[in-house]
Write a protein that binds this ligand. Sequence first.
Ligand code: GLN
Length: 547
Amino acid sequence: MALEGHKYIFVLGGVMSGVGKGIASSSMALILKQRGYGVNLVKVDPYLNVDAGTMNPTEHGEVFVLNTGLETDQDMGNYERFLNRDLGPEDYMTSGMVYQSVIERERALGYEGKCVEAVPHVRDEILHRIEAAAAHNGSQISVIEIGGTIGDFQNALFIDAARVMKIKHPDDVIFVMVSYLPVPGTLGEMKTRPTQHAIRELSSYGVQADFIIARSGQAMDEKRKEKLAISCNVRPDRIISAPDVASIYDVPLNLEKDSISDALLDALKLSKDTPSDLSEWQGFVDRVKGAEKIVKIGIVGKYFDTGDFVLSDAYLSVIEGLKFSAAEIGVKAEIEWLNAKNFENGTDVETLRSYDGIIVPGGFGQTGIEGKIEAIRFARENKIPYFGLCYGMQLMVIEYARNVLGLSGANTAEIDPYAEHLIVDVMLEQKALIAQGKYGGTMRLGTYEEIIKDGTIAHAAYGASSVQERHRHRYEINPAYVEQIESAGMVFSGKSPDGVLMEIAELPQDVHPFFLGTQAHPELKARPLAPHPLFTAFLKAAVAKSQ
Ligand code: GLN
């Protein structure tokens, strides 16, 4: 592997979880990219799940799907959004993946009769994966985020692998601790002690932090910086104050105000010849802040009994996708979470009139389905812009079949496999696997090509006849009903290249200003500097309605 001179920044969390390691990692990567370096981001997830596909979104946040179909943690979404490029499967690893490789190799006699142990074999597998990610991307710098907090048992082997990396490449490896400094209300003073302990704990692994990113409710003053520097053995110019900010997209700009890129490049012994240029990013942040006109978007979903806190994680990419397109057209999308259950039996549905646009996002299972269908019906009949994402597209076609085609028994096999009209059905090759209870990996996952029909809303939005979108679903529109649905006025404006799978459904614009659903998840490809055209088209229709 040609890794000579490749640089590694390991990012670790201190004191507690949720301090923004992912955003700090993404921001450092962006900042270094804007200094002219090829940068790669890697997420290490200590879970034993082999991928994130089996994790509950209300507990773990959204499942983010890569081009190859690998189901990953939502941090990978942030990485792609900040770096504005696609990441590969080698950029993500879980403990489950690592152990699975080692155990499979052991079963195949790959260790030639040796005792197989966590150290060195599992650790070596981690090192191998980190190096493979570095080699694969042809980048010069890898930013590697180690999930969890210092002191967890789960991530100890990963930290040990990073330590070994430093011995192997002493000039090429640095450690950044993202830590939390509380300001207790009763004292009103920032406390450094928990971070001192975290740094001390890290040194018990044989690792000395080179940088501390000091997350807190407020900025760190010079006095505390000095104190932390002395007690933690970290130079004061490498302690970076990172107070809370209104938006995660401000973080790179704030970190660079402290010239973090100069300090990182010095520590990595890399040239600083190319000056920092965050102007494009600044432009995006300014557009978000400058937008005044509000469009009200209602998102109808099922996880909504759990509170806003959980929701914003479960639908992170949808929220961000709206934000990017809103900034592009100079408006602010104000999102309201609407519990689908409230629309069952047609109750409360009139309240939807006050929204400029309605989204039914991706989802699984029975809960809230009838309410979602009622909301979609209301949007169709009252010409409220509607955007269906995956399940939201399937339900939109079911609603049309029931209420326009008069097929009252229309449903999806996911809810009622014996329904009279299975408008949405399971793909043949998946049936056998599901029958055996093998749910892991039975979905259409990852990027597929779609052919876009001329003269449709989708074609006008994309400005292209062939596009690539990412998928994560088990069911499809049943081809047996396509002709009947199309002759009743709905247009399948996106199809798989062989014409069998329906990728986008819409109503013609003379019937409804924007009634469109997509089987894929366009939100997974929306980026700050490259908003998604379908989100933009939907928001433009919402703006028109709001006038
Ligand atoms: N539950 C549906 C399916 O499996 C939709 C999935 C989704 O919205 N991601 O096909």
